[in-house]
Design a protein around this ligand. Structure first.
Ligand code: ADP
Length: 565
């Protein structure tokens, strides 16, 4: 008896061994597969192979919608594929238990199985499927990743051994799918984070609070202007903290670290840069620890907000100055209006006339201020409207110089005119530029002196107008920002010379729109020369739309020009 069964037994053993060997080979391949779609196809091939089946499919289980989504298929007819693309789980009565109950379904003959409805049978028939087994892909932590099915086109009864093999494959496949999905999600989220950090130019760091050691990224080092090899970055960081912000920062850290504290720091702080100047940083950090009850680490990021802070500062200064500037004429107008009412009452003609004249002057001053404000918003919103016509530039300058000379006794405005220069300009706007530059020359030379206005033709045929004063000058570092909206120097001596920091911003826009360039030269101590270049009328290209980019580009080349000038 024993002897008779021996070859059969040996054959079964050999089959078993080859199955296990196959599984082993497949496992090695699956573990090293990184491409998730290839992984699905490899699992499917392995299942069809191990089960000696004719066809197969893998469907992903989406618990949120209770749906099975077809991921990979082998040997199925196109109509079946289309029909099984997305399947609502409870709709298919025979198979609903697979993902929800985590149980295998095996049907040896679909045509004679009572739990398969006639409608459900159709897609099987399209692919000539007669027999099916569907195994849930349950991962080690109990999650159902999907289902793995194999199909035969005849009535089929898989052996216990085949089912054992598919169970092992299914468990491994579920773990791999879960792992691949988790890795993909992690990769995507890392990529998203990296792009956001790069876009915002954030410096990031981890601070070991026990050892007082900072692990910075490159951008953090850049922002602190610290060399890459800085040994004690934490010490360096504290040493460059602005003295006015150091206490606030330290107490924010202390508060965040305190038990039951917020665990968060969100502070705007200044650092004093090693090479001079200061930088505003938005400092965001969160405390965390690897052992309960202590705060060992602080992870966070820093962002350069100097520009934003400067703008905020200019904005509030601007509001204060505009308020102040507007108050003077308004108070005057109010007082004279009151006086006029009283005088009319008393009816003295001559005095009334003088008061009305003063009222008119004050209203003019108010109108000029308001126009400046309005112009600056117009420049922000788009191009100014230009009324272009050919004009003799020397005539325009001459009229302007005569008008402005009458405003000052301590300055002499000297005009060095070139030969007749015809330009294609908006007379009013160019007069506005000349007035602004000459008035600044007067305003910023409080001790008086000569102001030279020169017009000339450059070698390349452009028309250049310069306004040179002997006043307080402009520091080198400020020349690049002098044309910014609301820019005013912080010099306390100059604070008394009230202005809104809008004049040069508007001049810059007007000259650019004429196709020209404006610039400044100053040795930083005494005297300033502003100049503008206008194209020859034959070659003038007037900019009718001025995007911020155009402005930026011109401003950059302008700075280069300043440096070489
Ligand atoms: P404001 O109304 O403040 O004068 P501007 O835009 O005309 O506005 O000028 C901006 C700043 O540029 C001034 O606040 C001043 O600091 C500086 N500035 C302009 N012209 C001169 C000059 N000729 N000499 C020195 N500084 C000047």
């Amino acid at each position: 008896m024993e002897k008779r069964n021996a070859p059969q037994h040996e054959h079964r053993l050999a089959t078993a061994l080859s199955g296990v060997k196959k599984l082993q080979e497949i496992s090695t391949r699956l573990v090293t597969e990184n491409n998730i779609n290839q992984l699905y196809n490899d699992i499917l091939d392995a299942a069809v192979n191990l089960m000696e089946a004719d066809m197969g499919s893998i469907q992903l289980f989406v618990p949120e919608s209770d749906e099975l989504v077809l991921l990979a298929h082998k040997g199925l007819d196109g109509r079946t594929v289309e029909c099984w693309q997305t399947v609502k789980v409870p709709a298919c009565t025979a198979f609903e238990t697979v993902p929800t109950m985590k149980r295998r379904v095996f049907i040896a003959d679909i045509e004679h199985c009572e739990s398969v409805t006639e409608d459900d049978r159709e897609p099987f028939r399209w692919s000539a499927i007669r027999s099916i087994q569907t195994t849930p892909l349950v991962s080690r932590d109990g999650k159902v990743a999907g289902v793995l099915s194999t199909y035969w086109n005849c009535i089929h009864q898989p052996t216990e051994y085949n089912l054992w093999l598919i169970d092992i494959l299914a468990r491994q496949a579920a773990d791999l799918i879960e792992r691949s999905k988790a890795e993909k999600t992690l990769r995507e989220s890392e990529e998203r984070l990296r792009s956001a950090v790069l876009a915002a130019e954030l410096g990031t760091f981890i601070w070991d609070l026990e050892k007082d050691e900072i692990k910075p990224d490159e951008q953090m080092l850049n922002l602190l202007e610290a060399p890459a090899a800085t040994a004690d970055l934490a010490v360096l960081f504290r040493s460059i903290l602005h003295p006015d912000d150091a206490n606030r920062y330290e107490s924010a850290v202390e508060k965040a670290r305190a038990p039951g504290g917020p665990g968060l720091i969100q502070e705007d702080i200044r650092i004093v840069l090693p090479r001079g100047g200061q930088r505003w940083l938005a400092f965001y950090a969160r405390m965390y620890s690897l052992t309960a009850g202590t705060t060992e680490y602080m992870a966070g990021c820093v962002m350069d907000i100097t520009h934003k802070k400067t703008l905020e500062q200019h904005k509030s200064e601007f509001i204060a100055i505009a308020g102040h500037e507007l108050k003077t004429p308004v108070t005057g107008i109010k007082a004279y209006a009151q006086l006029l009412t009283d005088r009319f009452y008393e009816n003295s003609e001559e005095t009334n006339f003088l008061i009305i004249k003063k009222l008119g002057k004050l209203t003019n001053r108010l109108t000029k201020l308001l126009n400046k404000l309005l112009d600056s918003t117009k420049v922000m919103d788009g191009p100014l409207e230009l009324n272009l016509e050919k004009a003799d530039l020397n005539l325009l300058i001459g009229e302007c110089v005569d008008d402005l000379q009458s405003l000052t006794r301590i300055h002499r405005i000297i005009f060095h005119s070139a030969d007749r220069q015809t330009v294609l300009v908006d007379r009013e706007r160019i007069t506005q530029v000349l007035t602004n530059l000459i008035l600044n020359a007067i305003k910023y030379s409080p001790d008086g002196g000569d102001i030279h206005v020169t017009s000339e033709t450059t070698n390349d045929g452009q028309i250049k107008v310069s306004i040179k004063d002997l006043g307080i000058g402009i520091a080198d570092g400020l020349k690049g920002r002098i044309f910014d909206r609301f820019f005013r120097t912080d010099d306390s001596d100059m604070q008394r010379l009230l202005g809104m920091g809008l004049g040069l911003y508007i001049c810059d826009a007007i000259i650019q729109q004429h196709g020209g360039k404006i610039g400044v030269k100053s040795n930083g101590q005494k005297g300033t020369t502003f100049y503008f270049l206008l194209p020859h009328p034959e070659t003038a290209v007037v900019t009718m739309s001025k995007s911020p980019d155009i402005k930026h580009t011109l401003r950059q080349s302008d700075n280069e020009h300043n440096q070489t000038a």
